[in-house]
Design a protein around this ligand. Structure first.
Ligand code: NI
Length: 137
């Protein structure tokens, strides 16, 4: 952190009060840390929009009693093994499984994979967590 730069920000009183409340709820140490995080989130979003090389995690919750569903999920993953880094399967309870798939590659391709998996009939919930390879910042 040797090349820190300072800049001033003007905000309406109410907006600043809301921001401080948010900072407190989210356990940030101070405003600077919160603003840094907001900026990084915007930069990550931008990388994803531009179709750059990114990283992420696809989470799926599904009923493992539906055998065909598991086969479909595995089939799709084999078609995208070039962007799948690892996957972890957790048995949540007697019926439900959670699968987390770590991905790395072009954002467009990752989105397609995520959409395909989430659209499989019987998947109860699916989400894509966007993050970065961290090269730019
Ligand atoms: Ni399971």
């Amino acid at each position: 952190m040797s090349d820190l730069m300072r800049f001033g920000v003007s905000l309406e009183k109410g907006l600043l009060r809301d921001f401080d409340r948010l900072i407190n709820n989210k356990q940030y140490a101070n405003r600077s840390e919160a603003i840094r995080d907001l900026i990084r989130n915007s930069l990550v979003e931008d990388e994803w929009k531009k179709g750059e090389d990114v990283a992420g995690a696809i989470s799926l919750v599904y009923d493992h009693h539906k055998r065909e569903l598991m086969n479909v999920i595995v089939e799709i993953q084999h078609d995208y093994q070039d962007i799948i880094v690892a996957s972890q399967h957790v048995h949540l309870d007697h019926h439900n499984c959670l699968e987390v798939i770590i991905v790395k590659g072009k954002s467009d391709k990752i989105k397609v994979l995520s959409d395909k998996l989430r659209a499989v009939k019987g998947v109860k919930h699916g989400s894509l967590t966007l993050t970065t390879l961290g090269r730019e910042f």
